[in-house]
Design a protein around this ligand. Structure first.
Ligand SMILES: [Zn+2]
Length: 132
């Protein structure tokens, strides 16, 4: 079984060095982006079936594209969702950054989760747009 472990490790190594990886990102940055996207896959946004755009107040339903601004203060273990925007209001870059705080901008789709009679909105298939 040791042989197959070595083989798997070598496959992973060659993946990291493949020409398809984005040259402007270091492996550490790519890893951080993957972790962020994993953290927000299926993340709960608000209770209820809709969420309001922070800028225009439009009610967004399941299946709508949304942008999410997330932040994490240096003493916090995980990012929290700070604001939701509709596709029309979505910022293209982080403008409200602050010292001692990591900001992230993600876009994805609005999903709906339910348990019994309770609904809540979730983030589906998030991708990183920008990080501070
Ligand atoms: Zn809007």
């Amino acid at each position: 079984m040791t042989d197959s472990c070595v083989w798997l490790a070598s496959v992973c190594d060659s993946d990291l060095e493949s020409p398809n990886s984005q040259p402007q990102q270091t492996p550490a940055e790519t890893h951080r982006h993957c972790l962020l996207e994993q953290q927000f896959e299926g993340a709960r946004i608000t209770a209820g079936e809709t969420v309001s755009c922070r800028d225009c107040g439009d009610h967004l339903h399941e299946g709508r594209p949304i942008s999410v601004r997330a932040c994490r203060y240096s003493d916090e273990p995980a990012y929290t969702i700070a604001a939701i925007y509709c596709a029309g209001c979505a910022p293209t870059d982080l403008t409200e950054t602050a010292h001692g705080r990591d900001d992230g901008l993600l876009e994805g789709d609005l999903g709906l989760a339910m348990a019994g009679q309770t609904h809540w909105t979730i983030l589906v298939e998030p991708t990183i747009v920008a990080t501070s």
